[in-house]
Design a protein around this ligand. Structure first.
Ligand SMILES: NC(=O)c1ccc[n+]([C@@H]2O[C@H](COP(=O)([O-])OP(=O)(O)OC[C@H]3O[C@@H](n4cnc5c(N)ncnc54)[C@H](OP(=O)(O)O)[C@@H]3O)[C@@H](O)[C@H]2O)c1
Length: 315
């Protein structure tokens, strides 16, 4: 690896892919390649093959996926299973057949069993049943992890999987129909501030969640790129969790909303706690640097600057 190595970032316009692109540029990497889904549909095997033959990337970072919250996962199980498998299978298999030595696959903490002991360790993978609402997405991701692991085992190539915790930051999806909890709250508090109204939130506020600023995630990807990690799977997170109530209060303060927060306890809370054990990545030499308050302030500043163009996701 050097700064002229040709690195293909699949999903380079997404929240994670764009952060990885920025992080690599900042470190002086000059030979980055990216294609939008309109220019290269990664579900199409022949298009992916043609792209690899023409561009000849030397390293691949797979940050392309069909991503969404509980509602989207619940309504479109087939797309979440099949499209994610198509995207990653085409990328992984074509990379292998093109002789690519280094591949970074991004999964998600939902690959771990629903009732696994907390904090979630890498070795809990496939030890029990998944959370049913997003098992389609999780199973697709598990097959990606396993494909990369098989390549390591059989071909001795550096294909590694990183499992991020809940990510947030610039270029996030703020569409209330499909967004994750943090950007959805940020938008709700912003709109309530403008309208001078209270904010109504789902559940009791007691579940605990972990969050990582996307630029920290990008640093972890760069770390995995520049170092040969000895195992096939690494969790990436802050290793710290907070209650949803604390999250709401932190966002409320960052946004400057003055009104009341109404918790609708008749709505489901979801799993009581979800925290990753990030000690493996820490032992390797990487750890997060952006605290939640700072990350939320940066995200809100970006949201305000880009309010007219924030993503509206169509399924
Ligand atoms: N966000 C999180 O909290 C989180 C947490 C854990 C793991 N992750 C993982 O991180 C990765 C990136 O997530 P993200 O949040 O950055 O998602 P995102 O913002 O939705 O970006 C996804 C990217 O995938 C591309 N893509 C989707 N379908 C495609 C297709 N058929 N052909 C080509 N490109 C396609 C999109 O390209 P276009 O923009 O060109 O359409 C987009 O740039 C995913 O693997 C996800 O599972 C995310």
């Amino acid at each position: 690896m050097n700064t002229t190595t040709k690195i293909y970032i699949a999903g380079h316009r997404g929240m994670v892919g764009s952060a990885v692109w920025r992080a690599l540029e900042k470190k002086g990497y000059t030979n980055l390649v990216g294609k939008t889904s309109a220019d290269l549909d990664l579900r199409n095997q022949q298009s992916v093959l043609n792209f690899f033959q023409n561009e000849k990337p030397e390293v691949v970072i797979d940050a392309a996926a069909k991503v969404g919250g509980i509602l989207a996962n619940n309504d479109y199980p087939y797309q979440f299973l099949m499209e994610n498998m198509q995207i990653q299978n085409n990328l992984i298999d074509t990379a292998l057949k093109s002789g690519i030595e280094k591949f970074i696959f991004l999964g998600s903490s939902c690959i771990y069993p629903k009732f696994a002991t907390q904090p979630l360790k890498e070795e809990y993978l496939l030890t029990d049943s998944l959370e049913p609402t997003n098992e389609w997405y999780a199973i697709a991701k598990i097959t990606g992890v396993k494909a990369c692991q098989a390549i390591r085992k059989q071909f001795n190539k550096d294909y590694v999987s990183l499992m991020p915790t809940n990510l947030y930051g610039t270029h996030d999806n703020f569409d209330l129909k499909s967004s994750h909890v943090l950007p959805a709250m940020l938008r709700k508090f912003h709109e309530a501030k403008l309208n001078n109204t209270p904010v109504a939130l789902w559940g009791s506020g007691t579940p605990m969640r972990e969050f990582l600023f996307v630029d920290d995630m990008a640093e972890a990807v760069v770390y995995a790129l520049e170092n040969k990690l000895p195992e096939y799977l690494y969790n990436v997170g802050s290793g710290k969790d907070i209650t949803i109530k604390e999250l709401a209060e932190t966002i409320q303060k960052a946004v400057g909303h003055q009104g009341e927060i109404i918790w609708d306890a008749t709505k489901p809370d979801g799993t009581p706690r979800k925290l990753m054990d990030v000690s493996k990545m820490k032992e390797m030499g990487w750890q997060y640097s952006t605290e939640l308050k700072e990350g939320i302030e940066k995200t809100y500043a970006w949201f305000l600057e880009n309010i007219n163009s924030v993503k509206e996701v169509k399924m």
